[in-house]
Design a protein around this ligand. Structure first.
Ligand code: DUC
Ligand code: ZN
Ligand code: ZN
Length: 481
């Protein structure tokens, strides 16, 4: 048991900011005190085990990244961050909880896939972790197995309208799964892209000699995302199943979500930093790197794809975050190295493993949106911590600085600076041979990171350990109307 006092900072929540000291006892926040309060003694700093001076800094609830893929077998290889390396990188960036996707591949039992995911994560995480369940084969067995998920602390599951032959579900399967989810109170998460049509377009492009990463973005056209988003919404409406659409990148898909929300539906959307900052033209079409030439764009091959800046998709994502037509920002952290991994798709963009690594930079990249006036300070906290906690049944324990909550706290310095990337003086701890964010400069800095009362990062040093992170048994969503 030890006590920790964070003094002199500005505590920021989703609803406001206030000068306050935060007292931590063992793993929990036990008091949020007015500065100078003598309620618990005239000099609390002398009676606690440790003091963190947060003068001039923000004190925020630890980040929750609700969309990660550690060690995901995908695209003929495996995502390059282990639960250990990925959660250490998360901690560096102020993320103290992740929700990863346990995988049931087609033909496998859900129980087997879930057990394998527990095995990969247990004892290896530096921050707390929970799971969503990917249902990669909707059949009698998996529909039955869904009945056990809530007891396992898994209250959300993901279906794919893309990737035929891998994770894909057809409409009949989606309908059946949503009916079951509605009965059980599970939140349906959807990868909303029309996979069969995309595969045809991709093949046509490839056959006409259009083989570079840029054409990944052309094949996965916005119409494919809008159509699938609309279809998912209609199926969710019919089955009265709450719906959460992951990695939204097309402005037309946001419009579909907004229309459903205007009708009062439990329909939600997440976007990711890559869809706010990066584009089809600048990244997927990149030719700047001497080593990779026009294959450099492979660094940014992910699905849904980066979209055209000319068409205004990035602006629409920021706007959706402001209007709450999009409720959250997760990373879809799914890192692959260029060497031996992305390289698999040299000469054929269809074989490039899909994914970008960003788990370390989400808080910083979103804080830059505060600096540039895209979102407020409070919205920053809401998008990166409070809503993820509410959406996925963790609120009260996570997502808030209040007595009784886990002491997951970040001291963020608005006068600090962060240079992202692999170069000298820059920051990158993910297990990748490149950064998708090389050269990004942030007008702020993650100074101190506390997870359940343990200081993981301080003074530019990592003090955490693999195994500190505990499995999070989640409750039902606390965000539904
Ligand atoms: N999209 C990605 O970019 N990677 C993992 C899976 C997905 O849907
Ligand atoms: Zn997806
Ligand atoms: Zn994903």
């Amino acid at each position: 048991m030890s006590t920790l006092l964070i003094t002199g900072g500005t505590v920021v929540s989703s609803t406001g900011r206030t000068a306050a000291d935060v007292l931590v006892d063992d793993e929990l926040i036990v008091a949020v005190l007015a500065p100078g309060s003598t309620l618990l003694g005239s000099d609390l700093t002398a009676s606690v085990d440790r003091v963190v001076d947060a003068t001039g800094k923000y004190v925020i609830p630890g980040g929750i990244d609700a969309h990660t893929h550690m060690q995901l077998p995908f695209g003929g290889t495996e995502a390059s961050d282990t639960f250990e390396t990925g959660t250490i990188a998360a901690a560096w960036g102020g993320t103290t909880s992740i929700i990863d996707f346990a995988v049931q591949t087609t033909g496998q039992r859900i129980e087997t896939g879930l057990a394998a995911w527990h095995e990969k994560a247990a004892g290896n995480c530096a921050v707390d972790y929970g799971f969503h369940q990917i249902v990669g084969g909707v059949d009698e067995h998996s529909l039955k197995a869904m009945e056990t998920l809530v007891d396992e602390g898994i209250t959300s599951y993901k279906l794919f309208m893309a990737y035929p032959g891998v994770f894909y579900s057809d409409d009949a399967q989606i309908l059946k799964a949503m009916q079951k989810a509605a009965e059980l109170g599970l939140l349906t998460m959807m990868h909303a892209e029309n996979g069969p049509a995309i595969d045809v377009l991709a093949e046509q492009l490839y056959n006409s000699g259009k083989t570079t990463p840029y054409f990944h973005g052309i094949a996965r056209a916005w119409q494919m995302e809008e159509e699938a988003t609309h279809r998912a919404i209609m199926l969710a409406d019919l089955t009265e199943s709450p719906l959460y659409v992951v990695h939204v990148s097309a402005k037309q898909a946001v419009a579909q979500l907004a229309a459903a929300r205007d009708r009062g539906k439990n329909v939600f959307g997440e976007t990711c930093p890559q869809y706010l900052y990066l584009s089809l033209e600048e990244q997927l079409g990149a030719q700047g790197d001497k080593t990779w030439g026009d294959f450099e764009g492979a660094k940014w091959v992910c699905s849904t794809p980066l979209r055209s800046r000319e068409d205004g998709h990035q602006d629409a994502m920021w706007q959706g975050l402001r209007t709450n037509d999009l409720q959250m920002v997760s990373t879809d952290h799914c890192p692959f190295c260029m060497k031996d991994q992305k390289e698999l798709g040299k000469g054929d963009f269809r074989a490039i493993p899909n994914g970008i690594g960003s788990i370390e930079h989400r808080l910083d990249l979103m804080y830059q949106g505060v600096v540039t006036g895209e979102i407020t300070l409070e919205r920053w906290v809401e998008l990166t911590s409070t809503t993820p906690a509410r959406m996925f049944g963790l609120y009260g324990t996570k997502g808030v600085i209040a007595p009784g909550a886990d002491a997951d706290i970040v001291v963020y310095d608005p006068h600090g600076h962060t240079s992202i990337g692999m170069g000298e003086g820059r920051t990158h701890h993910m297990n990748m041979d490149h950064s998708a964010w090389e050269g990004y400069e942030i007008d702020g800095h993650v100074d101190v990171v506390v997870s359940r009362g343990s200081v993981l990062v301080e003074n530019g040093e990592f003090h955490g350990r693999a195994g500190h992170g505990q499995y999070l048994r989640r409750g039902l969503s606390q965000y539904l109307v």
